[in-house]
Design a binder for this molecule. Structure first.
Ligand SMILES: Cc1cc2nc3c(=O)[nH]c(=O)nc-3n(C[C@H](O)[C@H](O)[C@H](O)COP(=O)(O)OP(=O)(O)OC[C@H]3O[C@@H](n4cnc5c(N)ncnc54)[C@H](O)[C@@H]3O)c2cc1C
Length: 349
């Protein structure tokens, strides 16, 4: 059993920034992370690998489409998908190792394993070998992030029916990729595979793409994506997906009701959103409850239980890495006794 000033559960942009800031302020701090590497969703299977693939696929398309030829640069590209994935994985490793370095530099202990609250001020951690250790802290910050929201009737097997993590590591370019959900993650990953040669159809329940962003911007984006070759079926819902060895058969209906139709694809990406992740966290041991969206509410990063704080995707606000980071700094400064407030009106999307 070891005592800390602060324990942070989760090593994503919320958790690792909180841990580093606590170390900088001279607090004794540990960060518990169950994944094999630090950096959370963002560095491992989110922002960073998706941007690496967007960058590489953009250059490939510029060369393959003749755009470079028009500028007087003659090239005939061929796609080496394995190398594209390798450079993406290398950039992820570089970034996650960078967080490990920053932890050492700022005297943050990385406790490897899954953390579970065991009463106020106490956390039990189970490691990969099944050992359980106990840690105490005056303040505990929950930064456990989020996970893809499942869609009833469409079971993710990460073979033919994939989530965003699967879409970052496909072994081949799909002939026809169906993306369920026209939010930023689906459109981004759909763009990667379209640029690499896939036919991409996006199915969205609402009658517009990117709910939550300005309508005129969303319309302009849709026009631009359609011009690039992406197809859209708006106002449609997928009710069933049946995978076989090399394809998926989808049943879809108009959202308002009406005749069902079927659609064939070789891969289906389910990207209907993300939901807060609090599984196995032992919330009941401290009397905390999630709301009906599975979210832990906060008032200035404080939960209803004194000494337990919450930041990032697992609490309210946009699910964005820089929002989690900003909350991390504010939360730790408050714990340290400094006034600090996040300006939610100034978070770029
Ligand atoms: C494909 C994709 C692209 C994205 N692109 C962008 C982008 O371009 N810009 C942007 O701002 N955002 C982007 N995001 C969102 C961004 O990744 C999240 O907003 C951000 O990671 C949230 O940080 P977090 O620290 O709250 O949670 P997370 O990054 O999810 O980290 C939480 C960590 O906690 C760990 N954990 C959970 N429970 C426990 C436990 N009990 N014990 C120990 N560890 C635990 C998890 O393993 C995880 O590593 C993207 C997401 C995805 C999926």
């Amino acid at each position: 059993m070891k005592n800390y000033d602060v324990i942070i559960i989760g090593g994503g942009p919320g958790g690792y920034n909180a841990a580093i800031r606590a170390g900088q302020l001279g607090l004794s701090v540990a960060c518990i992370e169950g994944r094999a590497t630090l950096g959370g969703t963002c560095l491992n299977v989110g922002c960073m690998p998706s941007k690496a693939l967007l960058h590489a696929s953009e250059l490939y398309e510029a060369a393959a489409s003749g755009e470079l030829g028009h500028l007087g640069i003659e090239v005939k590209p061929s796609l080496n998908l394995a190398q594209m994935m390798k450079q993406k994985d290398e950039s992820v490793t570089g970034l996650t190792k960078g967080i490990e370095f920053l932890f050492r530099k700022n005297k943050v202990d990385w406790i490897k394993g899954w953390g579970k609250l065991d009463g106020v001020g106490k956390v039990k951690v189970s490691d990969a070998e099944g050992n359980v250790s106990e840690y105490h802290a005056k303040d505990i910050v929950i930064a456990t992030g989020s996970e893809p929201t499942p869609l009833p009737g469409v079971t993710i097997d990460n073979q033919r029916i994939i989530d965003s993590t699967g879409a970052l590591s496909l072994p081949e370019v799909p002939k026809h990729l169906v993306v369920i959900g026209a939010g930023v993650i689906g459109l981004e990953l759909g763009s990667v595979w379209r640029r690499l040669g896939a036919e991409v159809t996006v199915i969205e329940y609402l009658d517009r793409i990117c709910p939550g962003i300005d309508e005129e911007t969303a319309k302009t984006l849709q026009r631009s994506l359609a011009k690039q070759g992406m197809s859209f079926k708006l106002g449609s819902k997928v009710t069933q997906a049946t995978p076989s060895a090399d394809s998926v058969s989808l049943t879809l209906e108009p959202a308002a009701g009406g005749e069902a139709q079927t659609l064939q694809a070789d891969y289906v990406l389910v990207a209907i959103g993300r939901r807060p992740y609090t599984q196995g966290l032992g919330l009941e041991s401290v009397g905390l409850h999630t709301d009906k969206r599975g979210m832990l509410e906060n008032q200035g990063h404080r939960t209803q239980v004194p000494g337990i704080w919450v930041i990032g995707d697992v609490t309210s606000g946009p699910m964005l890495a820089h929002k989690a980071e900003d909350e991390a700094i504010a939360c730790i400064e408050l714990i340290h006794g400094k006034p600090h407030q996040v300006n939610y009106g100034l978070i770029p999307g």
